[in-house]
Design a protein around this ligand. Structure first.
Ligand code: LLX
Ligand code: CA
Ligand code: ZN
Length: 414
């Protein structure tokens, strides 16, 4: 394959056959404004060699997106970092001061009590530049929210975000700053109702906890649950409290769920939730650890199954912030998020990854949709899935109004 010479060329050329293969087919004349929020610095941080979270997966994703020329279909932003004041909209000052001051050197001198207080350990180590890293990805989710608020985007993507486990006072499950909560808090300044949908393998505990008592944010998480699997929360009876009662929905699944049952369950639940809650905006967390073959995964989803959930949300034509999340097989993470960027920009990609732009060394001839290896036995019986569906729909029945609030002032796009 050869690099196209003309910048506007959207065909890959096979040298031997001189055959031109289109890189993508535009599906329709799309009027949806899609923006892409990415600060490339975020990919340069390291949690440590043995840690499964590899920020370079974001560089791979960005390369693949540009190899397919999807950048041409979006407004591109390199967002500024989140400020300390912005981080304090959710996190405690004590915790932010700690994140800002601790280094891999000083952490060695901290007491066990302080390490326990700030949940520092193997999952959440102190690494070089941890605070800067956090303010970069959080800055990108805030930027996405600002472009939606300003009416400049209908769909705003930040694949470096989606750190749903971080808590007000501490990090959790590799997540330090909860960019999702910060993004939703910003959206709530304008929009009466925010729907949060989480298709990461894990329960979106940090986001659920932050909005557990309000009816202005509805959280829906699909995840593996057996009472022990990290983070241990997310049973079907966690539904919210006080004004927030019935505004949290949890869809607990067993090992090995496949496309067919996951997508069907997702559609049935979301087509119940959306008309009832009538969100003004949707925030979607698209963790890639729910894919089959993920290094830490337990599900069997394909790129197409995962992407069809996102496409289903898009079909409601409600503004949407789209975020990343977990995902521990970097090549599959980048395949997924590139594929989903195509879904969001109404583009059909050629499954053969173009052999230019430096991505060939990573993907070889495997293509965009390789058979995901390491299938896990499906422990979700028809009967179990039916009970999960009934439980979710039952809670939805109690949700009979879409709350409204009086809005006074539209804040500026800072
Ligand atoms: N679920 C999740 C979502 C986003 C990030 C991390 C996680 N955590 C895990 O997947 C996990 C796995 C095993 C044990 C504990 C947690 C995340 C995304 C980007 C950057 C950092 C974290
Ligand atoms: Ca989830
Ligand atoms: Zn996860």
């Amino acid at each position: 394959m050869e690099v196209p010479t003309d910048e506007t060329e959207t065909f890959a050329v096979d040298k031997q056959t001189k055959k031109h293969t289109p890189l993508y087919h535009p599906n329709k004349s799309s009027k949806t404004k899609v923006s892409y929020h990415y600060n490339p610095e975020v990919a340069n941080y390291h949690y440590g060699t043995l840690h499964p979270m590899k920020p370079f997966r974001l560089m791979l994703t960005d390369h693949l997106v540009s190899t397919y020329k999807l950048h041409e279909k979006m407004d591109l932003y390199t967002p500024r970092r989140a400020t300390k004041d912005e981080l304090l909209q959710f996190h405690s000052e004590d915790y932010i001061d700690f994140l800002q001051s601790v280094t891999p050197e000083t952490v060695k001198r901290l007491s066990d009590q302080t390490l326990a207080k700030f949940n520092i350990g193997d999952d959440c180590p102190v690494f070089d530049g941890m605070f800067d890293y956090s303010s970069i990805y959080a800055g990108a989710s805030l930027d996405a929210s600002r472009k939606i608020i300003a009416g400049m985007s209908d769909i705003a993507i930040n694949w470096s975000g989606g750190l749903h486990h971080a808590k007000k006072f501490e990090p959790s499950g590799f997540c330090y700053i909860n960019d999702i909560v910060l993004c939703i808090i910003n959206l709530l300044r304008i929009y009466p109702r925010v729907l949060y949908v989480d298709i990461d393998l894990h329960h979106g505990d940090g986001v659920q906890e932050a909005f557990y008592t309000t009816d202005r944010v509805m959280t829906v998480s699909f995840h593996k649950y057996d009472g022990e699997f990290f983070p241990g929360t997310g049973s079907g009876d966690e539904v919210g409290i006080g004004k927030g009662k019935n505004f949290s929905i949890n869809v607990p699944l067993r090992d090995g769920v496949d496309d067919e049952s996951y997508v069907a369950l997702f559609k049935l639940i979301m087509q119940g939730v959306i008309p009832k809650f009538q969100p003004s905006i949707i925030v979607a967390q698209c963790g890639a650890d729910s894919l089959g073959g993920d290094r830490l995964g337990r599900f069997n989803l394909s790129l197409k199954g995962h992407g069809s959930c996102l496409n289903f949300l898009k079909s409601f034509e409600i503004p949407m912030v789209v975020l990343g999340g977990g995902g521990y097989t970097p090549k599959n993470v980048s395949r997924l998020w590139c594929y989903e960027t195509a879904v969001l920009t109404d583009t059909t990609l050629n499954g053969k990854i173009p052999n230019y732009g430096g991505t060939y060394q990573w993907f070889g001839d495997e293509g965009l949709h390789p058979e995901l290896t390491g299938k896990i036995e499906n422990k979700n019986t028809k009967r179990y899935l039916e009970s999960v569906l009934q439980n979710s729909l039952e809670h939805l029945r109690y949700l009979d109004y879409a709350p409204s609030v009086q809005m006074y002032e539209i804040p500026p796009d800072l």
